[in-house]
Write a protein that binds this ligand. Structure first.
Ligand code: MLT
Length: 274
């Protein structure tokens, strides 16, 4: 695994790459959740998805990626779509399998709206296609206040109960520690803009029936942030979807039940036309 940097106009996009010298390998792009950065995918860079080149960007502002947003320009989920599109165009050089977890799923749906020709198959993990409800927006606003007063650490503290499932909480405390470290290292500005991007994102339910590529929907069966009902609603609206529920996982399924997560994706990748 190597950290690479791509220049996109005046911005720098940082990304993890398992095989920078690989030419001709199929590409899987992994898009991270809020507010983590590409580091949340490190377990998947330890040998998963054999035969695939894996790219995992830091969405703008997170990790090593810069964000040059002008003060008068409102943050939009489309900004993250542009990051992913730039990576696919300049590094993958062709259609990829795109996998987004939670906020990464929101960004992936924005890619499907803007540049569907760059995606040959889609994986939506622990995410939803609906926009924020009024209650959800109120929770985002409360989180902006927490961020202002307590910084990323406060966000990690308040989010933690929703991020992991009961099984992980009881049996695998390392996951919680990993998440805390991933969140603490992010900049307050990146977290603030991400909250606004999520809060203002459009509803994508009407987009789903137009998605004409094989799609895998994954959900941890203990996910309370984006629960299995959301995954079922997406799978029902997608023309070519299969749904996998992962036992013993909450929202951060790739960290909580990594092997089951990887196995479901391996099966899906093997089912795709060459
Ligand atoms: C995430 O995990 O990316 C966020 O919790 C998603 C959200 O808050 O909607």
């Amino acid at each position: 695994m190597v950290r690479q940097y791509l220049q996109l106009g005046s911005r720098t996009l940082s990304y993890l790459d398992n095989a920078p010298d690989a030419a001709g390998q199929p590409v899987l792009v992994l898009v991270h959740a809020f507010p983590m950065g590409s580091g949340m995918w490190e377990p998947q860079f330890r040998g998963a998805f054999h035969g695939w080149r894996i790219l995992a960007p830091d969405l703008r502002g997170f990790g090593g990626s810069t964000d040059e947003r002008a003060e008068h320009v409102d943050p939009s989920i489309d900004d993250y779509a542009e990051d992913v599109i730039g990576l696919i165009r300049d590094v993958a050089h062709g259609p990829v399998v795109l996998c987004g977890l939670s906020m990464g799923g929101y960004a992936s749906l924005a890619v499907m709206r803007r540049a569907p020709q760059l995606v040959r198959a889609l994986i939506l993990a622990d995410t939803r296609a609906t926009a924020d409800t009024l209650e959800g927006r109120a929770r985002r606003k409360a989180m902006l206040t927490v961020l202002e007063h307590d910084g990323p650490q406060g966000v990690a503290r308040d989010m933690m109960p929703g991020l992991i499932g009961a099984t992980t909480r009881a049996g695998n405390p390392d996951v919680e520690e990993t998440l805390r470290l991933l969140i603490k290292r992010q900049s307050p500005a990146a977290i603030r803009d991400a909250i606004v991007r999520m809060m203002e994102r459009p509803d994508s339910m009407a987009l789903l029936p137009t998605i004409q590529v094989p799609t895998l929907v994954i959900v941890g069966d203990e996910d309370t942030l984006t629960p299995p009902a959301d995954a079922e609603a997406m799978a029902a609206a997608l023309p070519q979807a299969s749904l996998v529920r992962i036992a013993g996982a909450g929202h951060m399924v790739n960290l909580e039940q990594g092997q089951a997560f990887e196995a479901s994706i391996d099966d899906f990748l093997a089912s795709l036309p060459a």
